[in-house]
Design a protein around this ligand. Structure first.
Ligand SMILES: *Cc1c(COP(=O)(O)O)cnc(C)c1O
Length: 371
């Protein structure tokens, strides 16, 4: 019985049906479905407070938050970034007609290694786009020192860090802009959604207009914007989920601890490092397999789990620099650490309602591969 149950890598957090119905009831009275209505405003206010940021603009998804942020900053030239990320990060650069320049990552946090940035800076470099991978906070001091020295903008892909704090400071307070995703698979979701967080007031108006076709006034369109507005139903979902997100993170923490109780200290396995001063959101449970030491490689573990109906994920694999979309324009071998991690990493199922017995069973299968 137990063995036939499928376990996905993630499972979306949802409020009670009645709670959501109550939240969307006013929409039936107002007929205001989208275009920055009351739910949109309420969620924006609630998130400013929860995330502890000065300014926040909502978007239809995390990707458009990043893409339109790069447009709003009026960048030109090359952007230093990591290939160890989701397609979105690199696509946001390329879709803005900017050139990604891939730099290598730190083998412990899997985030951009500041020591690898300066050698790739040219007179065309305009910005750095780092990613807080698996909720691991980048070396923000190191990155921002280089940015200041060379006059570069810094936009963080903070899609993995919802609700995290660093020494009590919100994870969305770093750089010129930090972008979050509220996709269904993330720690906090609005079904689809995202936000850009920043300080500069001027950016707020610009991003607001860019997500609405660049419409500046009833008779003026002053920029070539997109349609990236969050609708009222998604905002309502966010308002509900936000009420429960701390408890959801607490439940994820218990799953994280259970995984660690089985996998910590096993030769050939590297787990996500615990960063001092960081309140984690336990969004992912990545494991790096060293096949020589562990006795099985990542793909063998992936297959063994799949045979038992457990859907782990090769995340991130392949590197974005290896995507066929770029037809060999970039060389993944230029970032050897990222390349190796992408070949060895497997993220195990992680969500708030994951049962402890399932964590036990997953670990038993993983550890069984080494024999
Ligand atoms: C989810 C994610 C995105 C994109 O967010 P969407 O809301 O799905 O558009 C971008 N970068 C990273 C690292 C992500 O995990």
């Amino acid at each position: 019985m137990h063995d036939t149950k499928q376990i996905q890598v993630t499972r979306s957090s949802m409020p009670d049906f009645e709670e959501y119905m109550e939240e969307i009831r006013p929409i039936w009275e107002s007929h205001w479905l989208t275009n920055m209505g009351p739910k949109h405003r309420a969620l924006q206010e609630a998130l400013l407070e929860y995330l502890g940021v000065e300014q926040l603009e909502l978007f239809t998804n995390g990707h458009m938050a990043i893409e339109l942020t790069l447009q709003a900053l009026e960048l030109e030239g090359e952007v230093l970034t990591t290939p160890f990320t989701f397609a979105s990060t690199t696509h946001a650069i390329v879709r803005n007609r900017l050139d990604p320049v891939f730099c290598d990552i730190d083998p412990v946090t899997f985030t951009l290694d500041p020591g690898k940035l300066e050698e790739r800076i040219t007179d065309r470099t305009c910005a750095i786009l780092p990613v807080h991978v698996y909720g691991n906070i980048c070396d923000t001091d190191g990155i921002e020192a280089i940015a200041r020295k060379h006059g570069l903008k810094v936009v963080y892909d903070a899609c993995h860090t919802f609700g995290e704090t660093v020494d009590g400071k919100g994870a969305g307070t770093f750089g010129d802009v930090s972008c979050f995703s509220f996709h269904a698979t993330k720690v906090f979701n609005t079904i689809e959604g995202g936000a850009a967080c920043f300080r500069e007031e001027r950016l707020a108006k610009k991003l607001y207009e860019l997500k609405d076709f660049g419409i500046h006034g009833p008779e003026e369109v002053s920029a070539v914007g997109a349609n990236a507005k969050m609708n009222e139903f998604c905002a309502a979902m966010g308002l509900c989920n936000l009420r429960h997100v701390d408890r959801e993170i607490e439940k994820r923490k218990r799953a994280d601890e259970r995984y660690r109780s089985h996998l910590e200290g096993i030769p050939g396995l590297q787990l996500n490092a615990v960063q001092p001063g960081v309140r984690s959101n336990y969004g992912y449970f990545p494991v790096i397999f060293d096949p020589e030491v562990f006795g099985a490689d990542r793909d063998q573990v992936f297959e063994a789990l799949a045979e038992q109906g457990i859907m782990a994920r090769k995340y991130f694999y392949p590197l974005t620099s290896a995507f066929s979309a770029f037809s060999g324009k970039y060389d993944p071998a230029e970032t050897p650490v990222a390349l190796e991690v992408s070949r060895r990493v497997l993220t195990l199922p992680m969500f708030a309602d994951l049962h402890m017995e399932d964590v036990d069973r997953i670990c038993e299968i993983v550890l069984g591969c080494s024999r």
